[in-house]
Design a protein around this ligand. Structure first.
Ligand SMILES: [Zn+2]
Length: 387
């Protein structure tokens, strides 16, 4: 097919105004993303400042490399501030200056603190009433992974006690798994937890706390809150497993996963353990927005990394007293492990669904053995400077 001269000229006539428009308003054409808001929240418990950039579209950004440890520059590209945008005010406690420098289609965010800091960032896609977000977590002071070993030594020197939160799974109207002989997970794990508590109480540098010390219902979120209030250094959730396969047996250790479950079985288990909140009547998604963001928080990677290291030690100790269901750490989205700042482990001591293990779980002997193995794991985790 050939185009007549006439047709070509007609196409050009149509295209030229579009092209001219593009030349006249390049910024309009390119910077159609809008910065709607910069939100901030400060967590004094861990000296973390969270800055959230809220934008219409997926954000194009780049962090500038800066040698100073108290300054941060983020280049946001092809973006303008929206009409409603109000520049946030940062607390003078930790801020020397915060500037938004606009340059054509770009905005540079410059933050200078009075304190040294490290930072992590991640992006979130729109969800519910939220737009696209770039989340930057600024960690002031000592809660930095690289410093954890030094921190640990300092803690030892200052006779700091490591706070270990012992979380007996389930409780109250939530029985957890139920064995063939009617053994309830909530009773077994409370008994093991109390034994662990007494053992840890004897250690000079450890202060154990029991998340529940009786047969009561506590939501998963509340469990985390109790641990945080007590400034726990490590969170250990104790459970007894159940599986459709009656032959399944042995102990397992789980940590929170960042990207989905490590196996189908782990996913299934996480659903089972998480459903505890539904049984108790409290839903996990009726929380306020800040907590919703904590739930989505992928900046937990440092904590997960620490939890993984701790889990390997825990597995090596459990191996001495019980067959391992899996030699490696499982990872899944357990709500109870979602403290952004406390390394957390979930231990499935044995299978209540396996009649032989149910019998074993009921004995004081096995309960003591497991409690001692967990204590040994905790002591080594502290000794190795992991927490
Ligand atoms: Zn359980």
């Amino acid at each position: 097919m050939t185009l007549s001269l006439n047709t070509i000229s007609r196409i050009f006539k149509t295209l030229i105004p579009v092209f001219v428009l593009f030349l006249l308003f390049p910024s309009e054409a390119l910077s159609d993303n809008k910065l709607n808001k910069i939100r901030k929240s400060y967590d004094s418990n861990i000296e973390k400042l969270r800055i959230v950039f809220d934008t219409n579209k997926k954000i194009n950004f780049k962090f500038d490399k800066i040698s100073k440890k108290n300054e941060l520059n983020i280049n946001l590209r092809n973006i303008r501030t929206s009409e409603k945008f109000i520049k946030p005010k940062f607390d003078r406690k930790y801020t020397i200056s915060s500037k938004l420098i606009k340059n054509k289609n770009n905005i540079k965010f410059n933050f200078v603190s009075s304190k040294n800091f490290t930072y992590k960032y991640f992006i979130l896609d729109p969800k519910d009433s939220y737009n696209h977000r770039l989340v930057v977590d600024i960690y002031f002071d000592k809660k930095v992974s690289k410093l954890s070993k030094i921190k640990n030594k300092l803690k030892n020197l200052s006779k700091h006690k490591f706070v270990i939160a012992i979380d007996a799974g389930h409780g109250g109207r939530d029985p957890g798994a139920v064995g063939k002989r009617g053994t309830l997970e909530k009773d077994i794990v409370l008994s093991i937890s109390k034994k662990l508590y007494s053992l840890l109480k004897k250690e000079k540098n450890i202060k154990p706390i029991l998340i529940r010390n009786k047969d009561s219902y506590i939501s998963l979120r509340q469990r985390i809150n109790i641990a945080r209030r007590n400034k726990a250094d490590l969170f250990i959730s104790i459970h007894a497993d159940a599986a459709k396969n009656k032959k399944a047996r042995g102990s397992s250790v789980y940590v929170l996963s960042q990207h989905g479950a490590s196996s189908e079985a782990a996913k299934w288990l996480a659903n089972k353990e998480n459903s505890s909140d539904l049984l108790g009547g409290a839903s996990i998604d009726d929380k306020d927005n800040d907590i919703a963001e904590v739930l989505l928080d992928m900046s937990q990677s440092v904590t997960i990394e620490t939890s993984l290291k701790a889990s390997r030690i825990m597995l090596s100790k459990l191996k001495k007293v019980s067959k391992l269901h899996s030699n490696t750490t499982g990872q899944a989205g357990f709500v109870v492990l979602k403290s952004p700042d406390i390394p957390s482990l979930l231990i499935e001591t044995a299978f209540l669904s396996n009649p032989k293990e149910e019998k074993k779980l009921r004995t004081k002997k096995f309960q003591n053995k497991i409690a001692r193995a967990i204590r040994d794991g905790i002591i080594e985790i502290i000794k190795k400077g992991i927490i």
